[in-house]
Design a protein. Structure first.
Length: 187
């Protein structure tokens, strides 16, 4: 769904990549910083207050930007490596888990959160397994990493504004979509 928008994002981060390259920042440093950003986003979701939802949305966007920056910086500086790719994949799983678990903690819906976390992690695992088996990277389906971030951001805006007033925490809906969508994509 959002893969076209994601491609536009690559062009938008070009100035950040240039600054990072000039400053001598390594791609792995960007990757590790992106995980820290995601953990703070997860904590903001756990706190579940309007102001922390806004902060979480900003941090989820920042995590996505940093995820693009590390790869572009690695390509630009000739520092692409299998180890860096592995670090990036692991960092993405930690980031996704931190954000989804934070949302689950904020709602108190631990079972639904476990279903959502497992679905989100399995989406990436299936894509990586396809690559390892020689099929190639398959990061498509009902739910991509960009879709996951977008759903969390929508949940943040919905929860912060109270728009829709459905009488339940918007993140219960977001977690359900992540769980069902993640497992459907994996299958």
């Amino acid at each position: 769904m959002l893969e076209r928008a994601e491609r536009l994002g690559y062009a938008a981060v070009e100035p950040i990549v240039r600054v990072a390259e000039r400053a001598g920042v390594t791609p792995n440093a960007v990757t590790l910083f992106s995980v820290l950003v995601a953990f703070v986003a997860g904590y903001m979701l756990y706190l579940s207050m309007p102001v922390t939802y806004v902060a979480a949305a900003v941090l989820v966007v920042a995590n996505g930007v940093l995820d693009v920056v590390d790869g572009e910086l690695a390509r630009r500086t000739g520092k692409e490596s299998d180890k860096g790719d592995l670090l990036d994949h692991a960092a993405d799983r930690y980031a996704d888990t931190a954000v989804v678990a934070g949302a689950a903690g904020g709602t108190g819906e631990w079972f639904l959160g476990a279903v959502a976390v497992s679905g989100v992690v399995l989406v990436a695992d299936a894509g990586t397994a396809a690559q390892a088996s020689g099929v190639g990277r398959l990061y498509r389906g009902f739910l991509t990493r960009a879709d996951i971030s977008a759903l969390v951001i929508v949940g943040c805006v919905w929860a912060a504004t109270g728009f829709g007033g459905v009488g339940t925490d918007p993140f219960v809906f977001v977690l359900a979509v992540l769980g069902v969508g993640g497992h459907a994509t994996t299958v």
